[in-house]
Design a protein. Structure first.
Lengths: 324, 436
């Protein structure tokens, strides 16, 4: 057994022993004149500390907490290990299942529609039209607007009696106007509408950059072969956009299924429980009901579910893109 | 032994691991705080300092020149309460704190954050009222007392006198719920509504712990709850009550005063803390006078829908228990005259009704209020208030109740179905919490 193997096996080297210089490991690609590794560590230390403090430790804490009963107020001494009880309770909790259905409905409708609107905007803004730069910027603005401003603006626009939307719909003589956020039937569709408005600019931007990478020689060949616009879109544009679409699908689904601020600001999960998504239910369970262990279990189950769904999406698109 | 041969971690090991992770996180952000100044008292409360607490503190410091009191205001909402809870748990220097709402109270007490002041209360004759277990104003468990209510928050019915006289309604001094209904129906005319929301009929009839039967089960099958949902839905449909759809869409629950001042409705059931809006002519200008009437009685039942509140508690970890108690006692016995400007009617104190009225209604009281009606309603009538002490799943049940109330008053679900759902959910929560 070589010294290196012995080390790999965990055997301690004799005190004072030193490896022969010729056999010292060297990191591949690092020139002998490179500064000491400590300098590299110092460069990444701020980021590493940030990830450790704000991602890794909270993540591990959530995993550990999900096996406990804890109300925060009782301190660490009040943490009670309950094994799998929280997970059993989660699967028996009708509110969890109801929130799951609402989350799937919300993200399941909002994400595809955001992609459709984003793609339509990108196709339109990729053409040579007047004020193209201004329009591109204008459609991106909602994505960077503060969530509080979005909430207040849409609350006013969708006010059932004085809102602009219903006044506009009233022009057409509609009798039963939607009550939007003041109806348990309309609150989720209204939330989806606001979400699409806020997120379509992001999808538009990503699609635009992908369109500018599209293989122009294929379009020329298609035109020579007499293909129309729709045929070119179906055979060239869409397959070349597939990896971008999957990327957007995954990132938007993860983001939208975790929407919290907008729900807290506009509907507070209601009317009834019509907009209580899983992320809002987690908030209620932890910061209103002080059941942090249970909320962690809900969070962990949600995370595993979303992760599995993302893997499925990723696998489903493999080999179908134009570049593949 | 676990079937796979691996043992589950013990409770101690698990808590240790969690503590280690949390501790690692804490190390970066926390260092040991400065040594506690034994003559400086740290007080956390929900009332802005300038609305009374600072004046109480100033007078306390005059009497105790060797003690300094520092007041920190926290917002009494979810985030504010989490902030106070983590501060208390994390060892932040807090000696006295105020708790609003019974659920927060019990959680803090059951977690050992509040000191037992039972012996101190028993040895102070002026505080005898806190020993009354039939009409509790403190959190009492055997000999232990861990929280003392500092204020009573009676509900009352306010009238816009102009609209009242136009509708031909005499100002009631005592009235039944039927007379109340006649009044709001008469007020609902010319594009105005009668009132914002009905007083809680079930509370008027059942008083404290009204959500629970004597056996601790859900009491929502009691006809009083269905009556409340049903009547309110009917009155919303008739246009007598303010439309719940607008109340929800505009999130008016916390801003009802705006609609009363805008004369959207002529009658408003509220508590003295709302009177500060009516005394503020700059921010809330209005030219009508306001009079007060008691909450109506219902089939002979006369529980006021108001409660005892703003509980003072001493941090059990405070090393300054003695001066913390001195301050708490001072607040209870002598804070009344300063806190009245925030609409807090002290339970005790050396202050008469006229001073209280002046504090609540302001200097120009006669110009904007029927002062005698307020004196009668708030002080002479001695409204019967409650303190809920049965608190199983209190917050969760409140949420389920409000969810069904909303869909019922939006006229999307029948009152019967809504109350049945509340009852079923409440019983399920009670069963689950009792199992735990």
């Amino acid at each position: 057994m070589t010294t290196a193997e012995a080390r790999a096996d965990g055997a301690a080297a004799p005190p004072g022993a030193r490896e022969p210089t010729a056999r010292r490991r060297r990191t591949p690609g690092r020139a002998p004149s490179d500064p000491k590794p400590i300098v590299g560590w110092l460069f990444i230390a701020p980021n590493l500390l940030g990830v450790l403090a704000f991602t890794f430790i909270p993540l591990v804490s959530v995993i550990l907490l999900s096996f406990t009963e804890w109300n925060l107020v009782s301190g660490f001494g009040g943490i009670e290990f309950v094994a799998l009880d929280n997970f059993i309770a989660v699967f028996q909790d009708p509110t969890f299942w109801r929130s799951l259905v609402i989350t799937i409905l919300y993200a399941g409708v909002a994400v595809p529609l955001t992609l459709v609107v984003g793609l339509a905007l990108a196709l339109a803004l990729n053409r040579d039209i007047p004020a193209r730069g201004l329009l591109r910027a204008a459609f991106f603005v909602p994505y960077i607007v503060n969530i509080v401003a979005i909430g207040m603006t849409w609350q006013m626009l969708l006010d059932p009696s004085a809102g602009l939307m219903n006044q506009f719909l009233g022009i057409f003589g509609l009798e039963h106007l939607p009550q939007w956020f003041a109806s348990s039937h309309w609150a989720l569709p209204a939330l989806i509408l606001v979400t699409i408005w806020a997120q379509a600019g992001y999808a538009n931007l990503i699609y635009l950059s992908a369109l500018q990478d599209a293989p122009t020689q294929l379009y020329e060949a298609a035109r020579i072969d007499g293909a129309g616009r729709w045929a070119s879109f179906r055979a060239i544009t869409w397959p070349s956009l597939l990896p971008t679409t999957v990327f957007l699908l995954v990132t938007l689904f993860v983001g939208i299924s975790q929407t919290f601020g907008m729900i807290a600001l506009i509907t507070n999960g209601g009317p009834g429980d019509s907009t209580t998504t899983l992320s809002f239910y987690m908030y209620q369970t932890s910061f209103q009901f002080y059941r942090f262990g249970y909320a962690s279990a809900v969070g962990l189950v949600t995370f595993i579910g979303i992760f599995a769904l993302m893997l499925l999406m990723w696998r489903a698109q493999r080999g179908k893109a134009l570049h593949d | 032994m676990h079937p796979a041969g691996r043992r589950l971690p013990s409770r101690r090991q698990f808590a240790g691991a969690l503590g280690a992770v949390a501790g690692t996180a804490a190390v970066a952000g926390c260092s040991s705080g400065p040594a506690k100044d034994m003559n400086t008292l740290q007080v956390w409360g929900g009332i802005p300092a300038e609305n009374g607490p600072q004046q109480v503190i100033d007078r306390f410091q005059e009497e105790h020149p060797d003690i300094t009191v520092e007041y920190t205001r926290y917002i009494n909402d979810d985030r504010g309460n989490v902030k106070l809870n983590t501060a208390l748990q994390g060892g932040v220097d807090i000696d006295v704190f105020f708790t609003y709402g019974v659920p927060n109270l019990t959680m803090r007490v059951s977690s050992g954050l509040a000191a037992d002041v039972g012996d101190l209360v028993r040895s102070t004759p002026e505080l005898e009222m806190f020993l009354d277990t039939d009409d509790p104003k403190a959190l009492i468990d055997g000999d232990e007392i861990t929280a003392l209510a500092t204020t009573r928050i009676p509900q009352m019915v306010l009238f816009n006198d102009e609209l009242r006289e136009r509708a031909g309604i005499d100002l009631p001094q005592q009235w039944t719920f039927e007379e109340y209904l006649e009044a709001i129906r008469a007020l609902a005319a010319d594009g105005k509504y009668g009132t914002y929301v009905l007083p809680d009929l079930a509370r008027i009839e059942l008083g404290p712990n009204y959500r629970f039967t004597a056996d601790g089960d859900s009491n929502f099958s009691h006809p009083a709850f269905l009556r409340h949902f049903d009547l309110a839905a009917e009155l919303i449909r008739e246009g007598v009550l303010y439309p719940w759809s607008q109340a929800l869409a505009r999130q008016l629950e916390a801003y009802q005063q705006n609609n009363f001042i805008a004369e959207d409705f002529g009658l408003w059931t509220t508590a003295p803390y709302s009177l500060r809006f009516l005394t503020d002519q700059e921010e809330y200008p209005h030219d009508f006078t306001v009079s007060a009437a008691p909450v109506p009685t219902l089939d002979g039942a006369d529980w006021n829908t108001g409660e005892y509140g703003a509980f003072v508690q001493i941090n059990s970890k405070s090393p300054k228990q003695e001066i913390a108690w001195e301050f708490s006692k001072f607040w209870l016995l002598h804070g009344g005259q300063d806190l009245i400007r925030a609409g807090y009617i002290s339970l005790l104190g050396d202050i008469d009704d006229d001073q209280l009225l002046e504090g609540i209604l302001g200097e120009d009281a006669e110009q904007f209020f029927d002062v005698d009606s307020f004196r009668r309603t708030l002080f002479e009538d001695q409204p019967r208030m409650h303190l809920d002490t049965e608190l199983t799943a209190y917050t969760e049940i409140t949420q389920k109740y409000e969810q069904q109330r909303d869909v019922c008053w939006l006229l999307e679900r029948s009152p019967t179905k809504a109350i049945e759902t509340v009852d079923k959910n409440a019983q399920a929560l009670i069963d689950r919490f009792e199992e735990d």
